[in-house]
Design a protein around this ligand. Structure first.
Ligand code: SR1
Ligand code: MG
Length: 408
């Protein structure tokens, strides 16, 4: 009996090598294997196993019993099952946009998947001012397909409810409920606030009762609206990219929630890249050019999502009421409203909460960082408060540009 079938333990590189030899049969018998832990996320351990002889490589991802970012977050390693299963489902719904899963091991709480080392993490690439002209097209196909095709508009309602049950994800949802919808909006001890931003947060967010009431509504919307099977954490660190390919990874926060959650995360994280470029680029021409590309991308993400969602609705809507005149626009309007609100919450929580984004924390000039943070907070607040009025990519960008003008 191998040590890997006796019970769960968190693996080190040497264990993973042994695991590859004893449990996996994907390498040649004379393979020369090496293994390196390459994870830099907040939660899991990611190992790359490579055969130096054949050049073949795979990824093993293991869920630990608590988050890497802080032991305070005890999260069941069962999240690895959720991740493996949703990746396989998304592979069917949006082939080409997620890595292929080869195996899930429920004892070691790990999964083996395609190595995407020829891609780069999108957040890092955006911070190096790289452009990806196909990104908006790719990500909107992924989102429109995974979000609409898992909803009651398309699925048999009992089959959809079975998926809701299978993807109940209480611990990871609790992290989002706390970190995205609650803690950034008061002076919570777990927050990590940059000192030059604190007064602004106090005045503009924490003391604004109108805003607090809206965040309460949004938190309950997140907890109760089982609309679509979400990725649940679709930021630019969850996207592997190269010029002609986009792969969405890390769907361990997946559950049935409001569809706008995924779209809003993509938009907010593109805005972080935009504010990074604004603060960090010295060359004005390069700044204008790169921000121009990001602006165009943000606009395309919103507008292509709308177009593709409507087209898929027409093609795949099976629910009788989906054919009623005007219901498609009503439904989409709600998603756009949620998109704006979620983008707003994400913009605030990555500035004030425990889990930051490098786009902002890497800004070396402290005055520029403070300005970028205030801009993000104000855009976030405006998105939340005006969420009913943002219908197009241009509407989103107008608010972004307006705050850049106002905050000097
Ligand atoms: C405790 S986990 C902190 C954050 O990292 C993940 O990627 C999610 O965004 C989560 O909110
Ligand atoms: Mg992640």
């Amino acid at each position: 009996m191998s040590k890997f079938s006796k019970g769960y333990f968190t693996m080190k590189e040497a264990d993973v090598l042994e695991y590859a030899k004893d449990v996996l049969n994907c390498f040649d018998f004379d393979a020369v294997l090496s293994c390196k832990e390459i994870g830099d996320g907040n939660l899991n351990y990611v190992f790359r196993i490579a055969d130096e002889k054949s050049g073949k490589s795979i990824i093993l991802k293991q869920a630990g019993p608590c988050a890497r970012i802080s032991e305070e977050f005890k999260v069941s390693p069962d999240r690895n099952r959720i991740e493996s299963e949703i990746l396989q489902l998304q592979y069917q719904l949006a082939e080409g946009f997620v890595p292929k899963v080869f195996k899930y091991d429920p004892i070691m709480n790990c999964c083996i998947m395609e190595d995407l080392s020829d891609h780069v993490i999108m957040r890092k690439a955006l911070m190096e001012y790289k452009k990806f002209p196909l990104f908006a097209d790719h990500i909107t196909t992924f989102m429109a397909r995974t979000l609409l095709l898992t909803s009651d508009v398309v699925m048999d309602h009992k089959a959809k409810k079975a998926l809701v049950k299978n993807f109940i994800n209480p611990e990871l949802c609790e992290i989002t409920e706390d970190l995205v919808y609650t803690e950034p909006f008061f002076d919570c001890s777990r927050n990590d606030v940059f000192s030059a931003t604190r007064e602004y947060a106090k005045r503009e967010l924490w003391a604004d009762e109108t805003l607090l009431l809206e965040t309460a509504k949004l938190k309950f919307e997140f907890m109760t609206n089982a609309q679509s099977l979400l990725h649940g954490d679709l930021h630019t660190g969850s996207i592997f990219i190269k010029e002609d390919s986009t792969k969405v990874i890390d769907p361990e926060f997946a559950f049935y929630g409001p569809a706008g959650y995924d779209v809003g995360n993509v938009i907010a994280n593109l805005i972080f890249a935009y504010e990074h470029a604004e603060a960090a680029l010295e060359d004005q021409q390069q700044k204008m050019d790169y921000k121009g590309w990001l602006e165009e991308t943000i606009i395309q993400v919103m507008d292509l999502f709308v177009q593709k969602f409507m087209a898929l609705w027409k093609e795949h809507g099976t629910e009788r009421t989906s054919k009623y005149k005007g219901f498609d626009s009503y439904y989409l309007d709600n998603i756009l409203r949620d998109t704006a609100a979620v983008a707003g919450c994400e913009l605030c929580r990555r500035i004030l909460g425990i889990a930051h984004v490098k786009d902002i924390t890497s800004i070396e000039n402290l005055e520029k960082r403070a300005r970028a943070e205030k801009i993000c907070l104000s855009i976030g607040k405006t998105f939340i408060l005006q969420r009913g009025t943002l219908k197009s990519g241009r509407d989103f960008m107008d608010i972004v540009k307006n705050w850049e003008e106002k905050i000097k």
